[in-house]
Design a protein around this ligand. Structure first.
Ligand code: MAN
Length: 369
């Protein structure tokens, strides 16, 4: 059943299909809650955490985006060199070759950079609401020539006692998916790029199906095709093949321009439930869900006709990049899933959902109005 949300500022009501119970404490983390990792930088945004349980605590692997404090007339931003050394580049803001129309990207003379440099930081909590950074914890930084513009949006999947970190690697070579693994969150194996550019939003299934590993991923094909969710198989979680396209963006809908998987699919008796993001070409990011067949996960059984969550709260509507709800981490506890998400590419928030309520909201026609 759609829920009515009052919009007092316009003194009228609008319909929404939003099913989220937002935490009363939202936003649970803001940039000012963390110290910058790089000397002389500021924490500009906290975004899109991976989530997992480890040693009786709940952990977030938060994407921290930093840049130098901006001075009038200049646009400056950090990058890493392939050895991991940090440097700051600077342009005159009135240079005609500079395009700053997207707050996330700097285009200069046909070449693209990011306005901020992201890395990943670990925060722990006993209650899932209050998170602190353990004193000894080491940030995860971009390394090598495929991560010179940073690492972003890490999904964490636990398979046979090993944590698999799939994240976005950004550099002037392109945007792809990297894999690191750990068992103790101190020692990491770097497996390198598992899906080459342009690809992101990689969510691993946490169990094998018929002896094979599966991953959802999101290649982009700008001319023919689009930004669609694909499925791949692997014998070892490193080498991937048998690619299949499972979900397109849908013209005229809330997910018309791009779709991308969230965190690991959730096993339910009905099928694998995957919460995904969908965006319009105006960059309004909402969440919806797909139901995939348990044995043949390339078969989509049902899909959200309308979003299960959309930017409604003020912190979801305004910020570094407003109108964005983006998730790549959740915790499942019986029928309850707690989704941690980046709001407006600025702050970290959380909301709970009933898994049954999401399942009941899905549409078997897989169309949208
Ligand atoms: C990108 C993602 C996220 C980000 C959204 C919204 O597609 O990779 O990092 O949150 O855009 O800006």
């Amino acid at each position: 059943m759609p829920v009515r949300i009052a919009e007092p500022q316009e003194s009228k009501e609008r319909m929404t299909s939003d099913l989220a119970q937002r935490f009363g404490q939202n936003p649970i983390l803001r940039p000012r809650n963390l110290r910058p990792s790089f000397a002389g930088m500021e924490v500009t945004c906290l975004l899109n955490p991976g989530v997992f349980r480890y040693q009786d605590k709940i952990w977030l692997l938060v994407r921290v985006a930093e840049r130098p404090p901006q001075v009038p007339g200049k646009t400056s931003f950090p990058i890493l060199d392939p050895e991991g050394r940090f440097e700051v580049l600077q342009f005159d803001s009135d240079d005609k070759r500079l395009d700053l129309s997207d707050p996330r990207v700097i285009s200069f003379d046909g070449r693209d950079y990011l306005t901020t440099l992201s890395h990943l930081r670990l925060l722990a909590s006993d209650d899932g609401v209050h998170f602190v950074e353990p004193e000894q914890s080491q940030p995860l930084m971009g390394t090598g020539e495929l991560e010179t513009y940073g690492i972003e949006d890490c999904r964490v999947a636990k398979i046979d006692g090993t944590y698999y970190l799939t994240y976005t690697q950004v550099s002037n070579n392109g945007v792809g998916v990297g894999l690191r693994t750990t068992r103790d969150w101190k020692n990491f194996a770097n497996e390198g790029m598992i899906f080459p550019p342009h690809n992101k939003d990689c969510a691993l299934f946490e169990e094998q199906i018929d002896g094979k590993y599966y991953a959802l991923h999101r290649p982009s094909s700008p001319e023919l095709g689009g930004n669609y969710i694909w499925l791949a198989e692997s014998p070892d979680l490193i080498h991937w093949g048998r690619h299949r396209c499972v979900a397109h963006s849908r013209e005229g809908c809330w997910d018309s321009a791009r779709v991308g998987a969230g965190a690991a699919p959730i096993r339910t008796p009905e099928g694998w439930l995957e919460v995904y993001h969908g965006a319009t070409k105006e960059n309004r990011y909402c969440l919806g869900a797909l139901l995939l067949d348990l044995d043949e996960p390339w078969r989509v059984l049902a899909r959200s006709e309308t979003p299960i969550m959309e930017p409604l709260a003020p912190y979801e509507q305004e910020g570094f990049f407003g109108q964005v709800i983006f998730t790549n981490g959740h915790l499942v506890d019986g029928d309850r899933v707690t989704i941690y998400y980046g709001a407006s590419d600025s702050v970290i928030c959380a909301a709970t959902f009933s898994i049954n309520e999401i399942l009941n909201s899905l549409d078997v026609s897989r169309e949208c109005a």
